[in-house]
Design a protein around this ligand. Structure first.
Ligand SMILES: NC(=O)c1ccc[n+]([C@@H]2O[C@H](COP(=O)([O-])OP(=O)(O)OC[C@H]3O[C@@H](n4cnc5c(N)ncnc54)[C@H](O)[C@@H]3O)[C@@H](O)[C@H]2O)c1
Length: 376
């Protein structure tokens, strides 16, 4: 198959969809890989490394889209890319269709095959291509929190781990899923005194078993949250209710009960935030202060560490990319239910229920469309 890797053009996006290691793996199966010049530069992978791994470099985005049967990307296509996507071309990337009607319409009109990272789903309902970014964001939440706790950054001026003779900081983590677990592990590793809350008792049991001794698990409810925020130096928001807006666990009136210089890192900002006073911010301007409390609410945290994020993402995507390249999308999706769930838009038809519902569009069961592909 002919595979194309364009350079990401969304503002401040430095990740790339394929590393030189991924190119080498695809080249073993005799696929042809075209990489746009400088596509990996932001993640620390020069063109020469791609060439050494077996890729050919193309000078511009137009030629990559023109030649490729399958495009592998990171972010959803932006408007200037819409017209480059061709009928029957397979595009494998994050789409987040339900949040953009114009993207959905453009992909329907293109008649391409759109397989979305975010809806590839395992039998246990986990989302294997979202997990790596949650791992990055969870670990980063504590790194950023530690930085903004410093006095010059308007924080309380407390070191997370303390020093001998001085007690460490208190870190409260709301939500014990992927983000929360990684955040708690990082904070505990730095020596902080960590409280980890979730509403799932089985999850709390598991976390209590695996977490180090400086992590205390606690049931998440308003009473416990009101109690704990008085002691917290850093609060990490990491809850998720699938398909819904995040609940406001920390409300505006609670800010007055916090110590001045407390830092709030609301990782759940992309689902509306679990801290009522959270408003999305950017890496250029990541924080703001309300009532002496520092808020960090960057919606694309992994974007700040493209080297780690690219490797983490491609570790997860490459096995699927290989299946798509080796078998073509129809057979790959027939033989792998996880991949099939990633199909959102196929040849001008919406095949993912959530997207059809979001925009009141007709929904076509994917198996019907795949059947016509096989016999066509
Ligand atoms: N800002 C970013 O850059 C970024 C990056 C990655 C993920 N995220 C977001 O982080 C959030 C968490 O993602 P995740 O992968 O950890 O999800 P997850 O599903 O693995 O974990 C969510 C956890 O929240 C718990 N929960 C639900 N309601 C709760 C409540 N009232 N109190 C306490 N816990 C509650 C659930 O039981 C679950 O354990 C999501 O909104 C995700 O989109 C943001």
């Amino acid at each position: 198959m002919i595979i194309g890797v364009p350079k990401e053009i969304k503002n401040n996006e430095n990740r790339v969809a394929l590393t030189p290691a991924g190119v080498a793996e695809l080249a073993k199966y005799n696929h042809t890989i075209y990489v746009q010049a400088e596509a990996g530069a932001g993640s620390g992978f020069p063109d020469e490394a791609y060439v050494a791994a077996g890729a050919r470099i193309l000078p511009d985005i137009e030629s990559v889209y023109e030649k490729a049967e399958m495009i592998v990307k990171v972010k959803e296509p932006i408007e200037s890319e819409y017209k480059l996507i061709r009928q029957h071309q397979l595009v494998f990337t994050y789409f987040h269709f339900a949040s953009s009607q114009s993207l959905t319409q453009a992909m329907l009109e293109s008649k391409a095959v759109c397989l979305a990272y975010e809806t590839v789903e395992k039998a246990d309902r986990s989302l294997p291509l979202l997990v790596p970014m949650s791992e990055v964001a969870g670990r980063m939440a504590v790194q950023e929190g530690a930085k903004y706790l410093e006095k010059p950054q308007q924080g309380r001026g407390i070191l997370l781990g303390g020093v001998p003779g001085v007690k460490p900081a208190n870190v409260l983590v709301l939500g014990g899923g992927i983000v929360g677990t990684q955040a708690a592990k990082m904070a505990a590793g730095l020596g902080a005194n960590v409280t980890l809350m979730d509403i799932s008792l089985p999850r709390l049991r598991y976390l209590a078993d695996i977490m180090p001794a400086n992590v205390t698990t606690m049931m998440s409810n308003e009473y416990n949250i009101r109690d704990q925020i008085r002691y917290a130096d850093l609060i990490v928001g990491a809850v998720l209710i699938p398909g819904a807006k995040a609940p406001h666990l920390v409300t505006r009136d609670m800010l007055k009960d916090m110590k001045p210089g407390t830092v709030l890192v609301d990782v759940a900002v992309d689902q509306g935030g679990c801290i009522e006073t959270c408003q999305p911010t950017t890496h250029e301007n990541p924080t703001y202060v309300i009532d002496h409390v520092v808020h960090y609410c960057v919606a694309n945290m992994p974007g700040a560490v493209p080297y780690t994020s690219t490797l983490a993402l491609t570790n997860a995507t490459l096995p699927y990319t290989l299946q798509l390249a080796n078998k073509g999308w129809v057979r790959a999706c027939q033989e792998n239910e996880e991949l099939k769930k990633g199909l959102n838009v196929v040849h001008g038809q919406v095949v993912y229920q959530g997207v059809a519902e979001a925009f009141d569009l007709p929904f076509y069961p994917v198996k019907d469309i795949m059947a016509t592909q096989v016999t066509a």
